[in-house]
Write a protein of this length. Sequence first.
Length: 238
Amino acid sequence: MASGYNRITIGRRQAGEAIRTKATGQAGLMRGLGVSAFSKRMGADLLLFGVTVVELAILATMTPTFTLADWIYLSQHLVVLGIALARRPPALLDASASSLAACAVAYAYPYAQLLYLRLAPGYPASQLAGDLLVTLAASLNLASLLTLGRWFGIRPALRGLATGGPYRIVRHPLYLSYLIADVGFNLQLWNWGTLPLVAVGWASLLVRIRAEERLLLQDPGWPAYTAAVRSRLVPGVW
């Protein structure tokens, strides 16, 4: 096409067509980039939606009688389903292999404990204390999700900076709820095989925290927030 235009003697038309062609090419490129970004976003949203549906199915299958904690966890999963359909695209996203592996481990290790306890006998430590901690963890989890809203995601990303609700106490209250839930579950039923699974799961949470905070450094409100909320995970400890 360019060689054909070189043989056209009407310079003004040649320039005009070249400008339109360039503009059309740029618009096509932007549309292509937009479609690519939209496809990636839809893929991530569908992944979050699908994972949550699977978790809901597992919860319904493995829980014959719902306790208060179970109903709270059910509500939490329904909130995530809504977030998956309405959340905003991230400004930055960590797609590194280490972060992806940490996310996979963090989602898998609670179910690995349940499967292991079906294969090997478990020992109750304190059912009452376990129930109380699991209920506390479920409540903290739901409160954190409601505070995050459309900023919630599986992979470390920069969607916004939550500073209210439980985020006034620690920077990562969702992960604190996982720790509390793990202690509660193991008080209800544990054995020597569940402990290393919990240790691996907690290590994955540390990797996710480091990855998320590297991205949150790009938020202009991060320095003031970290000055006000010094604890990442455990109040007064770390």
